[in-house]
Design a protein around this ligand. Structure first.
Ligand SMILES: Cc1cc2nc3c(=O)[nH]c(=O)nc-3n(C[C@H](O)[C@H](O)[C@H](O)COP(=O)(O)O)c2cc1C
Ligand SMILES: C=C(O[C@@H]1CC(C(=O)O)=C[C@@H](OP(=O)(O)O)[C@H]1O)C(=O)O
Length: 366
């Protein structure tokens, strides 16, 4: 089933943006894991909509109700089901787009795939809202990884044409990675914040939207996680990232830049540092043959501009099969990038946890 993901920790996501709510069932977690609810709330708040002018104005508390699998502050080991209510739907915004297919959104493909029965309100099951339960599951995975010293951090690598610095792929500072999680608009070079925010607000004023790139680093992953062929770290992370709405590209390490290098430039030469086998450079992003090599795992995700814009665009009426035009009203993120960051981190945390359990078993968790 398309809504189910994972080998050892299996997750199943359900819900629609304008239905009762959205949620997730997590199967495979062992019993006895203490959950830090403040940590979960913090991650949910990082993603929730309606926080500033830079985001959609739809306000949701995104409070998680745990329906099963949790007792006396610990997981029970049986399926953990979490539900997040939709409290601020405004479905009239979508009466116009019932028949007018929004360019760049999933209205047309959803209509065709589901026998014209898709819930088009708010994008239904295709909405970015479905990433709220993913953040819940990922915040459990992140807690488990952090207890084992595995740190995940991300920053805004670019918004439209404005670019931040990149992580140091070899000697990335742990404090920097930890602190990024505390920032609403995480950047390495904080002096770029104003110009990036201006770009987003200007696009919004024009009835338009912008996209950008998120760079993520994972520190302290031991050597030997991942396996060829289809369980390579790149393929597993990519399958998760491309499940997140609006992510349209991914590269690991120097990725596409490597195509412009020669072998002697792209190879990461080996060295011994503090008794450990390391590499001088990390163009391969910590992965060789699909397996972690002990260097930081680094990847970038390209996020497209938000499809729903008020600027007039050409489209079709799916009922009458006529060409027409459309100006979308409603509450939309002028840029998805800042809110996608906790989602990307949650997705990669789940992926890594699933892959580590593959190698080390469930005992590793407790
Ligand atoms: C956190 C988040 C928020 C989003 N907010 C919006 C939004 O406000 N308006 C919109 O049209 N699309 C938004 N999207 C993107 C659409 O859901 C997505 O583009 C659409 O489902 C089509 O999928 P695709 O872009 O992966 O092809 C958001 C995505 C995410 C992850
Ligand atoms: C509700 C969320 O974001 C929504 C994602 C979204 C989309 O098309 O993806 C469209 C908008 O929905 P609505 O028109 O109902 O306000 C966003 O507000 C959320 O992320 O929790």
């Amino acid at each position: 089933m398309s809504g189910i993901w994972g080998n050892n920790i299996k997750v199943s996501i359900f819900g629609e943006s304008h239905g009762h709510g959205v949620g997730i069932v997590i199967d495979g977690l062992p019993g006895g894991i203490k959950l830090d609810m403040d940590y979960i709330k913090y991650e949910m708040d990082r993603r929730k909509p309606g926080k500033s002018k830079l985001t959609t104005s739809r306000k949701e508390a995104d409070e998680v109700k745990i329906l099963s699998g949790y007792f006396n502050g610990k997981t029970t080991g049986t399926p953990l089901c979490a539900f997040i209510e939709n409290t601020n739907t405004r479905s009239r915004d979508y009466s116009k787009t019932k028949d007018l297919m929004r360019p760049g959104h999933a209205d047309y493909t959803g209509y065709m795939k589901y026998n014209q029965s898709n819930d088009y309100r708010g994008g239904g099951h295709f909405s970015g809202r479905l990433t709220a339960p993913l953040v819940f599951a990922g915040s459990i995975a992140k807690q488990i990884l952090e207890k084992n010293n595995i740190l995940i951090g991300s920053h805004i690598s670019s918004i439209y044409t404005q670019v931040d610095e990149t992580f140091d792929y070899v000697n990335c500072n742990e404090e920097l990675v930890k602190n990024l999680r505390l920032e609403e608009f995480p950047l390495i070079d904080k002096s770029k914040a104003d110009s990036m925010k201006d770009i987003i607000l200007r696009a919004k004023e024009e009835g338009n939207s912008v996209g950008g790139i998120v760079e993520t680093i994972i520190l302290n992953v031991e050597t030997g996680i991942g396996s060829p062929f289809f369980s390579s770290i790149e393929s597993r992370i990519s399958s998760m990232m491309f499940s997140i709405p609006a992510i349209k590209g991914i590269e690991f390490g120097e990725g596409f830049n490597m195509a412009k290098m020669k072998g002697n430039e792209s190879n990461d030469e080996y060295c011994i540092k503090d008794g450990e086998i390391r590499t001088y450079t990390n163009n391969n992003g910590g992965i060789l043959g699909g397996i972690s090599n002990g260097m930081p795992i680094v990847f970038k995700c390209a996020i497209k501009p938000t499809p729903s814009i008020s600027m007039e665009q050409r489209t079709i009426n799916i009922e009458s099969k006529e060409e027409t035009s459309l100006s979308i009203e409603g509450r939309h993120d002028p840029c998805i990038v800042p809110r996608a960051i906790p989602v990307i981190e949650a997705g990669v945390a789940l992926t890594l946890l699933d892959m580590i359990i593959e190698k080390k078993g469930l005992e590793w968790i407790n």
